[in-house]
Design a protein around this ligand. Structure first.
Ligand SMILES: Cc1cc2nc3c(=O)[nH]c(=O)nc-3n(C[C@H](O)[C@H](O)[C@H](O)COP(=O)(O)O)c2cc1C
Length: 357
Protein backbone atom coordinates (compact mmCIF):
# COMPACT_ATOMS: atom_id res chain seq x y z
CA UNK A 1 0.00 0.00 0.00
CA UNK A 2 1.29 3.44 -0.89
CA UNK A 3 0.95 5.87 2.01
CA UNK A 4 2.15 9.40 2.44
CA UNK A 5 2.06 12.12 5.04
CA UNK A 6 3.08 15.74 4.88
CA UNK A 7 3.99 18.21 7.62
CA UNK A 8 4.95 21.86 7.63
CA UNK A 9 3.44 25.32 7.87
CA UNK A 10 3.20 27.86 5.09
CA UNK A 11 5.83 30.15 6.66
CA UNK A 12 7.55 27.52 8.78
CA UNK A 13 11.10 26.32 8.34
CA UNK A 14 10.32 23.61 5.80
CA UNK A 15 7.75 21.25 4.35
CA UNK A 16 8.24 17.55 4.90
CA UNK A 17 6.84 14.49 3.16
CA UNK A 18 7.06 10.81 4.09
CA UNK A 19 6.22 8.16 1.54
CA UNK A 20 6.07 4.46 2.22
CA UNK A 21 5.13 1.47 0.10
CA UNK A 22 7.24 2.10 -3.00
CA UNK A 23 9.15 -0.95 -4.25
CA UNK A 24 12.92 -1.21 -3.94
CA UNK A 25 15.18 -0.32 -6.89
CA UNK A 26 12.98 2.38 -8.39
CA UNK A 27 15.35 4.92 -9.99
CA UNK A 28 14.88 8.34 -8.36
CA UNK A 29 15.30 11.09 -10.90
CA UNK A 30 15.88 14.23 -8.81
CA UNK A 31 15.78 16.44 -11.92
CA UNK A 32 12.27 15.16 -12.62
CA UNK A 33 11.13 15.71 -9.02
CA UNK A 34 12.47 19.27 -8.99
CA UNK A 35 10.95 19.96 -12.40
CA UNK A 36 7.55 18.93 -10.99
CA UNK A 37 8.08 21.34 -8.09
CA UNK A 38 9.02 24.17 -10.44
CA UNK A 39 5.58 23.82 -12.07
CA UNK A 40 4.23 25.65 -8.99
CA UNK A 41 7.05 27.53 -7.24
CA UNK A 42 10.84 27.76 -7.25
CA UNK A 43 11.40 24.90 -4.82
CA UNK A 44 13.78 21.99 -4.60
CA UNK A 45 13.44 18.81 -2.58
CA UNK A 46 16.16 17.16 -0.51
CA UNK A 47 15.98 13.48 0.34
CA UNK A 48 16.88 12.26 3.81
CA UNK A 49 15.88 8.61 3.87
CA UNK A 50 14.82 5.64 1.77
CA UNK A 51 17.11 6.21 -1.23
CA UNK A 52 20.61 4.90 -1.87
CA UNK A 53 22.79 5.27 -4.96
CA UNK A 54 19.90 6.97 -6.75
CA UNK A 55 17.36 4.21 -6.18
CA UNK A 56 14.70 3.45 -3.57
CA UNK A 57 15.57 0.71 -1.09
CA UNK A 58 12.01 -0.28 -0.11
CA UNK A 59 12.18 1.76 3.11
CA UNK A 60 10.07 4.87 3.85
CA UNK A 61 11.24 7.94 1.99
CA UNK A 62 11.63 11.25 3.83
CA UNK A 63 12.07 14.52 1.98
CA UNK A 64 12.28 18.19 2.84
CA UNK A 65 11.49 21.38 0.95
CA UNK A 66 12.96 24.50 2.51
CA UNK A 67 10.73 27.57 2.90
CA UNK A 68 12.86 30.36 1.49
CA UNK A 69 11.15 33.05 3.61
CA UNK A 70 11.89 31.38 6.96
CA UNK A 71 14.39 34.05 8.00
CA UNK A 72 11.55 36.61 8.00
CA UNK A 73 9.22 34.39 10.02
CA UNK A 74 11.55 32.67 12.45
CA UNK A 75 10.68 35.07 15.27
CA UNK A 76 6.95 34.98 14.53
CA UNK A 77 6.59 31.20 14.33
CA UNK A 78 9.28 29.93 16.72
CA UNK A 79 9.18 26.34 17.86
CA UNK A 80 10.50 27.43 21.27
CA UNK A 81 9.21 30.17 23.56
CA UNK A 82 8.42 33.49 21.83
CA UNK A 83 11.05 36.25 21.98
CA UNK A 84 8.75 38.69 20.23
CA UNK A 85 5.30 39.80 21.33
CA UNK A 86 3.18 36.75 20.49
CA UNK A 87 0.59 39.17 19.12
CA UNK A 88 2.74 39.67 16.02
CA UNK A 89 0.90 38.78 12.83
CA UNK A 90 -2.12 37.74 14.85
CA UNK A 91 -5.18 37.29 12.65
CA UNK A 92 -8.50 38.02 14.36
CA UNK A 93 -10.60 39.02 11.31
CA UNK A 94 -11.36 35.60 9.75
CA UNK A 95 -11.60 35.47 5.96
CA UNK A 96 -14.91 34.06 4.69
CA UNK A 97 -14.16 30.91 2.69
CA UNK A 98 -11.05 29.97 4.64
CA UNK A 99 -10.58 27.61 7.57
CA UNK A 100 -9.84 30.71 9.74
CA UNK A 101 -12.98 30.84 11.90
CA UNK A 102 -14.13 27.21 12.13
CA UNK A 103 -10.51 26.12 12.64
CA UNK A 104 -9.96 28.68 15.43
CA UNK A 105 -13.15 27.60 17.18
CA UNK A 106 -12.31 23.93 16.80
CA UNK A 107 -8.70 24.17 18.03
CA UNK A 108 -9.59 26.89 20.56
CA UNK A 109 -7.39 29.82 19.48
CA UNK A 110 -8.46 33.45 19.16
CA UNK A 111 -5.87 33.83 16.41
CA UNK A 112 -6.36 32.26 12.98
CA UNK A 113 -2.57 32.34 12.40
CA UNK A 114 -2.47 28.97 14.20
CA UNK A 115 -4.89 27.57 11.62
CA UNK A 116 -4.08 29.27 8.35
CA UNK A 117 -0.39 28.39 8.42
CA UNK A 118 -1.29 24.75 7.89
CA UNK A 119 -4.56 25.28 5.96
CA UNK A 120 -2.60 27.19 3.31
CA UNK A 121 -2.18 25.41 0.00
CA UNK A 122 1.58 25.81 0.39
CA UNK A 123 1.27 22.26 1.78
CA UNK A 124 0.51 21.03 -1.71
CA UNK A 125 4.19 21.54 -2.64
CA UNK A 126 4.98 18.56 -0.38
CA UNK A 127 2.25 16.60 -2.11
CA UNK A 128 3.68 17.51 -5.49
CA UNK A 129 7.03 16.07 -4.36
CA UNK A 130 5.33 12.88 -3.08
CA UNK A 131 3.33 12.73 -6.31
CA UNK A 132 6.56 12.97 -8.30
CA UNK A 133 7.67 9.68 -6.73
CA UNK A 134 4.32 8.16 -7.70
CA UNK A 135 4.82 9.45 -11.24
CA UNK A 136 8.29 7.91 -11.38
CA UNK A 137 6.75 4.54 -10.56
CA UNK A 138 3.95 4.96 -13.11
CA UNK A 139 6.45 5.99 -15.79
CA UNK A 140 8.19 2.61 -15.38
CA UNK A 141 4.98 1.16 -16.84
CA UNK A 142 4.54 3.88 -19.50
CA UNK A 143 1.68 5.60 -17.67
CA UNK A 144 2.01 9.39 -17.93
CA UNK A 145 0.00 12.15 -16.27
CA UNK A 146 -0.58 15.69 -17.52
CA UNK A 147 -3.11 18.46 -16.93
CA UNK A 148 -4.55 21.59 -18.49
CA UNK A 149 -6.91 24.43 -17.66
CA UNK A 150 -10.42 24.23 -19.07
CA UNK A 151 -12.08 27.14 -17.29
CA UNK A 152 -11.08 30.39 -15.60
CA UNK A 153 -13.97 32.43 -14.22
CA UNK A 154 -16.52 32.61 -17.00
CA UNK A 155 -14.15 31.66 -19.84
CA UNK A 156 -14.30 28.02 -20.84
CA UNK A 157 -12.44 25.89 -23.34
CA UNK A 158 -15.25 24.37 -25.39
CA UNK A 159 -13.30 22.04 -27.67
CA UNK A 160 -11.88 18.64 -26.73
CA UNK A 161 -8.13 18.42 -26.10
CA UNK A 162 -5.86 15.71 -27.45
CA UNK A 163 -3.34 13.95 -25.20
CA UNK A 164 -0.42 15.40 -27.21
CA UNK A 165 -1.64 18.98 -26.71
CA UNK A 166 -2.31 18.45 -23.01
CA UNK A 167 1.12 16.90 -22.56
CA UNK A 168 2.81 19.81 -24.37
CA UNK A 169 1.02 22.58 -22.45
CA UNK A 170 1.49 20.70 -19.18
CA UNK A 171 5.25 20.50 -19.65
CA UNK A 172 5.58 24.16 -20.70
CA UNK A 173 6.72 26.08 -17.64
CA UNK A 174 6.23 29.38 -19.50
CA UNK A 175 2.60 28.81 -20.44
CA UNK A 176 0.73 31.43 -18.37
CA UNK A 177 -2.53 29.56 -17.75
CA UNK A 178 -1.78 26.16 -19.29
CA UNK A 179 -4.70 26.28 -21.72
CA UNK A 180 -4.24 24.35 -24.98
CA UNK A 181 -5.95 27.02 -27.10
CA UNK A 182 -4.09 30.34 -27.49
CA UNK A 183 -7.23 32.40 -28.23
CA UNK A 184 -9.14 31.00 -25.24
CA UNK A 185 -6.05 31.53 -23.08
CA UNK A 186 -6.02 35.21 -24.05
CA UNK A 187 -9.61 35.52 -22.86
CA UNK A 188 -8.73 33.71 -19.63
CA UNK A 189 -5.84 36.14 -19.11
CA UNK A 190 -8.22 39.06 -19.60
CA UNK A 191 -10.51 37.57 -16.95
CA UNK A 192 -7.56 37.25 -14.54
CA UNK A 193 -6.41 40.83 -15.27
CA UNK A 194 -9.93 42.13 -14.63
CA UNK A 195 -10.20 40.48 -11.20
CA UNK A 196 -6.72 41.70 -10.29
CA UNK A 197 -7.80 45.26 -11.12
CA UNK A 198 -10.99 44.87 -9.13
CA UNK A 199 -9.20 43.40 -6.08
CA UNK A 200 -11.27 40.24 -6.52
CA UNK A 201 -10.36 36.58 -7.16
CA UNK A 202 -11.43 33.91 -9.60
CA UNK A 203 -11.76 30.11 -9.65
CA UNK A 204 -11.99 27.61 -12.45
CA UNK A 205 -11.75 24.04 -13.63
CA UNK A 206 -8.71 21.95 -14.51
CA UNK A 207 -8.51 18.54 -16.06
CA UNK A 208 -6.01 15.83 -15.29
CA UNK A 209 -5.40 13.04 -17.78
CA UNK A 210 -3.60 9.78 -17.09
CA UNK A 211 -2.52 8.27 -20.38
CA UNK A 212 -1.79 4.64 -21.13
CA UNK A 213 -3.43 3.21 -18.01
CA UNK A 214 -3.84 -0.58 -18.00
CA UNK A 215 -7.30 -2.15 -17.95
CA UNK A 216 -8.30 -3.44 -14.53
CA UNK A 217 -6.95 -1.08 -11.85
CA UNK A 218 -9.38 -0.73 -8.98
CA UNK A 219 -12.26 -3.11 -8.38
CA UNK A 220 -16.04 -3.18 -8.45
CA UNK A 221 -16.06 -5.65 -5.56
CA UNK A 222 -16.06 -3.34 -2.51
CA UNK A 223 -16.89 0.35 -2.01
CA UNK A 224 -13.36 1.23 -0.93
CA UNK A 225 -11.72 -0.59 -3.83
CA UNK A 226 -13.54 1.35 -6.53
CA UNK A 227 -11.73 4.13 -8.33
CA UNK A 228 -14.42 6.80 -8.58
CA UNK A 229 -15.86 9.09 -11.24
CA UNK A 230 -18.74 11.52 -11.64
CA UNK A 231 -21.65 10.32 -13.73
CA UNK A 232 -23.90 12.56 -15.78
CA UNK A 233 -26.83 12.41 -13.35
CA UNK A 234 -28.97 14.74 -15.43
CA UNK A 235 -28.45 12.97 -18.79
CA UNK A 236 -29.86 9.93 -20.58
CA UNK A 237 -27.90 6.70 -20.74
CA UNK A 238 -27.44 7.01 -24.50
CA UNK A 239 -25.74 10.39 -23.94
CA UNK A 240 -23.43 9.15 -21.21
CA UNK A 241 -22.20 5.61 -21.91
CA UNK A 242 -19.29 4.84 -24.25
CA UNK A 243 -19.91 2.17 -26.89
CA UNK A 244 -17.42 -0.70 -27.13
CA UNK A 245 -15.56 -1.87 -30.25
CA UNK A 246 -12.52 -4.02 -30.93
CA UNK A 247 -9.56 -2.11 -32.39
CA UNK A 248 -7.77 -4.72 -34.47
CA UNK A 249 -4.66 -2.61 -35.07
CA UNK A 250 -4.12 -2.25 -31.31
CA UNK A 251 -5.49 -5.73 -30.52
CA UNK A 252 -7.61 -4.37 -27.71
CA UNK A 253 -11.13 -3.32 -26.78
CA UNK A 254 -11.76 0.39 -27.06
CA UNK A 255 -14.57 2.90 -26.47
CA UNK A 256 -15.91 5.09 -29.27
CA UNK A 257 -16.03 8.02 -26.79
CA UNK A 258 -14.51 8.51 -23.35
CA UNK A 259 -17.31 10.20 -21.43
CA UNK A 260 -16.74 7.89 -18.45
CA UNK A 261 -13.19 9.22 -18.14
CA UNK A 262 -11.57 5.79 -18.29
CA UNK A 263 -13.51 4.27 -15.38
CA UNK A 264 -16.50 1.94 -15.38
CA UNK A 265 -17.77 0.27 -12.21
CA UNK A 266 -14.75 1.54 -10.32
CA UNK A 267 -12.32 -0.21 -12.70
CA UNK A 268 -10.03 1.37 -15.28
CA UNK A 269 -11.11 0.36 -18.79
CA UNK A 270 -7.91 1.13 -20.73
CA UNK A 271 -8.99 4.57 -21.98
CA UNK A 272 -7.34 7.69 -20.56
CA UNK A 273 -8.37 8.34 -16.96
CA UNK A 274 -9.78 11.87 -16.86
CA UNK A 275 -10.32 13.73 -13.59
CA UNK A 276 -11.65 17.27 -13.30
CA UNK A 277 -10.92 19.58 -10.39
CA UNK A 278 -13.26 22.45 -9.55
CA UNK A 279 -11.48 25.24 -7.73
CA UNK A 280 -13.48 27.89 -5.90
CA UNK A 281 -12.20 31.49 -6.11
CA UNK A 282 -9.44 32.31 -3.62
CA UNK A 283 -10.82 33.45 -0.27
CA UNK A 284 -8.31 36.25 0.44
CA UNK A 285 -9.61 39.36 -1.31
CA UNK A 286 -7.74 42.64 -1.73
CA UNK A 287 -11.17 44.28 -1.42
CA UNK A 288 -12.03 42.34 1.75
CA UNK A 289 -15.47 40.99 2.58
CA UNK A 290 -17.35 41.73 5.80
CA UNK A 291 -16.51 39.55 8.74
CA UNK A 292 -16.54 39.65 12.55
CA UNK A 293 -13.59 40.16 14.90
CA UNK A 294 -13.11 36.91 16.81
CA UNK A 295 -12.24 38.74 20.06
CA UNK A 296 -14.44 41.86 20.12
CA UNK A 297 -17.31 40.29 18.12
CA UNK A 298 -17.54 43.62 16.25
CA UNK A 299 -18.04 43.81 12.47
CA UNK A 300 -14.73 44.38 10.62
CA UNK A 301 -13.20 43.86 7.18
CA UNK A 302 -11.58 40.46 6.62
CA UNK A 303 -7.81 40.23 7.00
CA UNK A 304 -5.65 40.50 3.91
CA UNK A 305 -2.15 39.22 3.43
CA UNK A 306 -0.22 38.67 0.24
CA UNK A 307 -2.21 36.24 -1.83
CA UNK A 308 -2.77 34.98 -5.34
CA UNK A 309 -5.96 35.81 -7.20
CA UNK A 310 -6.09 32.87 -9.63
CA UNK A 311 -4.47 29.51 -8.88
CA UNK A 312 -6.17 27.22 -11.38
CA UNK A 313 -2.91 26.13 -13.10
CA UNK A 314 -1.18 25.55 -9.74
CA UNK A 315 -4.22 23.63 -8.52
CA UNK A 316 -3.89 21.38 -11.55
CA UNK A 317 -0.30 20.53 -10.62
CA UNK A 318 -1.43 19.54 -7.11
CA UNK A 319 -4.26 17.56 -8.72
CA UNK A 320 -1.80 15.71 -10.96
CA UNK A 321 0.13 14.69 -7.86
CA UNK A 322 -3.01 13.33 -6.18
CA UNK A 323 -4.06 11.38 -9.28
CA UNK A 324 -0.53 9.98 -9.53
CA UNK A 325 -0.60 8.88 -5.87
CA UNK A 326 -4.01 7.20 -6.23
CA UNK A 327 -3.04 5.43 -9.45
CA UNK A 328 0.35 4.36 -8.11
CA UNK A 329 -1.43 2.88 -5.08
CA UNK A 330 -3.81 1.01 -7.43
CA UNK A 331 -0.78 -0.24 -9.42
CA UNK A 332 0.84 -1.46 -6.22
CA UNK A 333 -2.32 -3.24 -5.14
CA UNK A 334 -2.60 -5.01 -8.48
CA UNK A 335 1.03 -5.68 -9.37
CA UNK A 336 2.68 -5.17 -5.99
CA UNK A 337 6.10 -6.57 -5.36
CA UNK A 338 8.92 -5.70 -3.02
CA UNK A 339 11.26 -4.81 -5.86
CA UNK A 340 10.61 -3.09 -9.14
CA UNK A 341 11.68 -6.28 -10.95
CA UNK A 342 9.08 -8.35 -9.08
CA UNK A 343 6.42 -5.77 -9.86
CA UNK A 344 7.41 -5.79 -13.52
CA UNK A 345 7.08 -9.59 -13.69
CA UNK A 346 3.59 -9.32 -12.21
CA UNK A 347 2.71 -6.56 -14.65
CA UNK A 348 4.05 -8.45 -17.70
CA UNK A 349 2.25 -11.61 -16.67
CA UNK A 350 -1.04 -9.71 -16.41
CA UNK A 351 -0.39 -7.92 -19.73
CA UNK A 352 -0.17 -11.37 -21.37
CA UNK A 353 -3.58 -12.28 -19.93
CA UNK A 354 -5.11 -9.07 -21.33
CA UNK A 355 -3.39 -9.59 -24.73
CA UNK A 356 -4.74 -13.12 -24.94
CA UNK A 357 -8.28 -12.13 -23.88
C1 LIG B 1 -2.49 25.80 -5.52
C2 LIG B 1 -3.36 26.62 -4.60
C3 LIG B 1 -2.94 27.86 -4.17
C4 LIG B 1 -3.72 28.62 -3.30
N1 LIG B 1 -3.28 29.85 -2.93
C5 LIG B 1 -4.07 30.62 -2.11
C6 LIG B 1 -3.69 31.96 -1.78
O1 LIG B 1 -2.65 32.46 -2.21
N2 LIG B 1 -4.50 32.66 -0.97
C7 LIG B 1 -5.67 32.15 -0.50
O2 LIG B 1 -6.38 32.86 0.22
N3 LIG B 1 -6.08 30.90 -0.80
C8 LIG B 1 -5.31 30.12 -1.61
N4 LIG B 1 -5.73 28.86 -1.97
C9 LIG B 1 -7.05 28.37 -1.51
C10 LIG B 1 -7.07 27.81 -0.16
O3 LIG B 1 -6.02 26.95 0.10
C11 LIG B 1 -8.38 27.06 0.11
O4 LIG B 1 -9.33 27.33 -0.88
C12 LIG B 1 -8.94 27.52 1.39
O5 LIG B 1 -8.07 27.10 2.43
C13 LIG B 1 -10.34 27.00 1.66
O6 LIG B 1 -10.37 25.61 1.64
P1 LIG B 1 -11.46 24.84 0.75
O7 LIG B 1 -11.16 25.24 -0.68
O8 LIG B 1 -11.20 23.43 1.04
O9 LIG B 1 -12.81 25.31 1.22
C14 LIG B 1 -4.97 28.10 -2.85
C15 LIG B 1 -5.39 26.84 -3.28
C16 LIG B 1 -4.61 26.10 -4.15
C17 LIG B 1 -5.12 24.74 -4.60
Amino acid sequence: MLRFYTAGESHGQALLAFISGLPAQLPVDMKFINHELRKIEKDTAEIFAGVRHGKTIGAPIALRIENRDWANWEKILPVGAAEEDPGTRKLVAPRPGHADLAGSQKFNYHDARYILERASARETAARVAAGAFAKLLLREFDTEIASHTIQVGHVRLEKPATWKKIQAVSADLDSPLRCIDAAVQEKMKAEVDAVLKAGDTVGGIFEIVAHHVPVGLGSHAQWDEKLGGVTGAGSFGSEVQDEIFYEKSERRFRRSTNRAGGLEGGITNGEDVVVRGYLKPISTLRQPLHTTDMVTKEPVKAAYERSDWCVVPAGAVAGEAMVALVLADAFLQKFGGDSLAEMRRNFDNYAQQIDAF
